[in-house]
Write a protein that binds this ligand. Structure first.
Ligand SMILES: CC(C)(COP(=O)(O)OP(=O)(O)OC[C@H]1O[C@@H](n2cnc3c(N)ncnc32)[C@H](O)[C@@H]1OP(=O)(O)O)[C@@H](O)C(=O)NCCC(=O)NCCS
Length: 251
């Protein structure tokens, strides 16, 4: 049987060696640049070549604050996936944002992304956010932070997305432009809950996943367009007073 080990670290405990491994995992497994990426983003984004991230960028842009978290999972001693999260506050509420999530291609579709996100949660978190072009990342987040995609509160996202994102210390979150019918009822592009991030990663794999997901459920986040990603923001599930009171024996 496989030995699966999840580990969580505060941002300030993440070493350069850990980031070196994370950079390798990302650069070998995240995805490739799309056909028009070089034209739209610069020569570095050569069509078909792998999207890369250095350990310096991981540290500075994905773990920028003191309350950042890094969670990794190894299977039989091999790094199989990891997730980065950054926290900040808005009107006294703590937002935990998944700044990066990747699972090695040999270890996908066995619940590791859901497990990583489940592990990243802290008791004081009031809301969780993620932007991703991959439907599986959104499904994993809805499962770990809420209960399922069918119970997502679109009203919560509509009301809170802008203020949460504007306050982010993470540049790409702050600069993302909200798109879709949820944020603009006149939007007729087919987008529902999306962001324009200008990140032209190839969408072949996420679109295949989307087609597959749509065979079994009503996908609520809409279409996926080039340079765009889905966005999901979920309030933290709170234990009801009655159930915590029952556990502690009070009434
Ligand atoms: C997105 C990614 C992290 C998912 O990792 P994973 O470990 O395979 O995900 P899980 O096994 O936890 O699956 C989560 C959900 O997505 C579904 N899923 C996973 N892969 C899928 C696929 N290719 N097509 C359709 N559904 C898929 C699972 O069935 C599960 O749904 P359920 O909870 O309703 O059963 C992984 O595919 C990946 O690293 N992709 C490349 C990088 C990327 O796009 N990262 C996201 C950027 S934030």
């Amino acid at each position: 049987m496989d030995e699966k080990v999840f580990q969580r670290f505060n941002g300030d405990k993440v070493t350069d060696d850990m980031l070196e491994e994370a950079s390798k995992l990302f650069s070998e497994n995240y995805g490739v640049w799309s056909e028009h990426a070089a034209q739209l983003m610069g020569k570095f984004a050569k069509a078909g070549s792998r999207v890369r991230l250095s350990k310096e960028r991981l540290r500075n842009e994905y773990l920028p604050s003191g309350i950042s978290s890094y969670v990794r999972v190894s299977v039989n001693g091999h790094l199989a996936g990891n997730a980065f999260a950054c926290r900040w506050t808005v009107n006294g509420r703590t937002i935990c944002w998944i700044t990066q999530l990747v699972v090695h291609s040999d270890y996908r579709e066995r619940g590791l992304a859901s497990g990583l996100l489940n592990e990243i949660k802290l008791d004081g978190d009031d809301a969780y956010g993620i932007m991703s072009s991959h439907p599986a990342a959104c499904l994993a987040a809805s499962k770990a932070f809420g209960s399922s995609m069918n119970t997502v509160s679109f009203e919560y996202m509509k009301v809170n997305a802008e203020s949460i994102m504007q306050a982010s210390p993470v540049r790409y979150v702050r600069n993302a432009k909200l798109r879709g019918k949820l944020f603009d009822p006149k939007d007729a592009s087919g987008l529902v809950s999306s962001v324009d991030t200008g990140f032209y990663v190839d969408h072949e794999e996420p679109l295949e996943a989307l087609a597959w997901v749509r065979e079994s459920m009503e996908w609520p986040l809409g279409e996926l367009l080039d340079g765009h990603e889905f966005i999901l923001i979920l309030p933290a599930r709170r234990r009801s007073r009655s159930s915590s009171a029952r556990r502690s024996g009070t009434s």
